[in-house]
Design a binder for this molecule. Sequence first.
Ligand code: FAD
Length: 455
Amino acid sequence: MGAGGASPDDVSGLRRALGDRAVVDPELVAPYALDSSRAVPEGTPLALVLAESTADVAAALRWADAAGVRVSVRGAGTGLVGGAMAYDGGLIISLERMNRILEIDRKNRVAVVQAGVITGELDDACRELGLFFPPDPASARLCTVGGNIATNAGGLRCVSHGVTTDSVAGLEVVLADGRVMRTGARTRKNVVGYDLTSLFVGSEGTLGVVTEATVRLKPVPEGAPRTFRASFDRVEDAGRAVTAIVNGPARPEVLELMDALSVEIIESFHPSGLAVPAGAMLVGQTVGLDAAEQAGIITGICAAHGAGDTEISDSDALLEARRLSNPALNARGLKISCDVGVPVAALAEMFRGVGEISERHGKRISTVAHAGDGNLHSTVEAPDDPEGIREADAVIDDITRLAISLGGTISGEHGIGSVKRHELSWQLDGTALGVQRALKRALDPRGILTPDRAI
Ligand SMILES: Cc1cc2nc3c(=O)[nH]c(=O)nc-3n(C[C@H](O)[C@H](O)[C@H](O)COP(=O)(O)OP(=O)(O)OC[C@H]3O[C@@H](n4cnc5c(N)ncnc54)[C@H](O)[C@@H]3O)c2cc1C
C-alpha cells in the first residue's frame, strides 16, 4: 500500500484519473509489454496508460508513485536492450498517442514535438521547409523522438551531425512523483544551472518521462548527394581506410562498414546484386555542391588503403542495403549482438581482434559498423537454444572486453537496458556508478521508474 492509499491490485484510482486511457484488458496490454530485444519478459503487467497529454503522464506517475508500482516507459518498442519491457505487476506508460509536431520554427531552426512523434515523420515535415532532423537511426520509420532521446540514439548520419543529444535544445519531463519540469532553452547558448537536458538524454526512462522536446534542425544541403562503395579483401584495411578518411579533407555524411558475412546475409534477405567482398565493404554518402568531388577523395583514400574495387553512384541503393542489416539478421534468427564503440584510430585493431575471437570460439561473427563513429554491431551465429545462447554470450563478452581494452565503450547508441547491465562495472568505476545511482535516488526515491535498468 502506498502513501496515497492506492494498492497495486486496485487500479480504480488510475481509471478514475484517466478513464479509457487506462487499459487493463490483458490482450490489449500485451503488445506493449515487449521491446525488440531478446530480453525475456518477467511476468504480466497490471495496466497500460495510453497517455494523450503531459497531464495524463503526470497522473499515471502520481498513482504509481503512491502505490509503489513499477513503471516501464514505451515509445515504439524498437529498443534493443530491454529498456521498455514491462514489469510483472507493473504499469506501462505509452507515449504513442502523443505524436504531434507542435511547431517548426524555421527562422530559429528548431521544432517542438511531443515525445511520441515518429522520427522519420518529423524529418519529412522538416524537409518540406528545406530543413531536416539530423538523427537518423535505421529504425527512423518506426521509432519515436522520445525513444531516441531516452537512448541518445545514433544512426547513419552521426559521423557528420553527431548523436541525438547534439540535436536536443530542451525538454519537458515528468518526474517519478508526477512533477513536471522544463530544461534547456531555444537559444544556441545557455549556461544556467546544471545541464539537465543532457542528464535526461540517454537516461533510458530511469529519471523521468520525456513528454515534449525542442530539437535542433539543419538546412538540407544543396546539390545532389552521392553514395560510394569500396570493397576490401581484408577487414583491417577497411578499418585503416576509415581512420584515414575521418582524418582527411573530405567530410562524409555517412560512413558505414559491412563485413563479408553481413553482406551475404543482407543479400540473401533482399538481393540487390551487391557482390560479397572477401573482407569488408565501406559504403557512405557525401552531400553538398561538391559531393562528387568529396566522394572521389574518399574512394581514392580507400584505393590507397587496399580497396580492390570502388564505385560512386547517385542512387541510394548502397545505403538501403546497410539499413536492412537489422531485419536481415532477425530473419535468420540472429539476435545475440553488441553495440560496442572504439576510438576511430583503433578500428583496424578491433577488427583484427574480432577475427581472433571468432577463431578462438569457432563461431562465425558478422559485423556492421557505423564505422566513421567507431561503433560496431557484431552478431554471433549460434543456435537459438540455451547452449547456443550461452556460447554466443561468451563471444559477445569477449568482444566487449576487447573494445574496453582499446579505450572504447560497452554501448555506442543502444544503451544498457536490462540486457547489458552486467557489463556496467567493466567500464564505470565504483565511484562513477555510485554517483549515477545517487542521481537516480534523488529523482526517484521510491525507485518506481524503470528500476534496475540502465545504471
Ligand atoms: C530495425 C532496427 C534498427 C535500429 N537502428 C538503430 C540505429 O541505427 N541507431 C540506434 O541508435 N538505434 C537503433 N535501433 C534501436 C532503437 O530503434 C532505438 O533505441 C530507438 O531510439 C528506440 O526508440 P523507441 O521509440 O522505439 O523507444 P522504446 O524501444 O519504446 O524505448 C527505448 C528506451 O527509451 C525509453 N523511453 C522511450 N520513450 C521515452 C520517453 N518519452 N521518456 C523517457 N523514456 C522513454 C524506454 O523506457 C526504453 O528504456 C534500431 C532498432 C531496430 C529494431
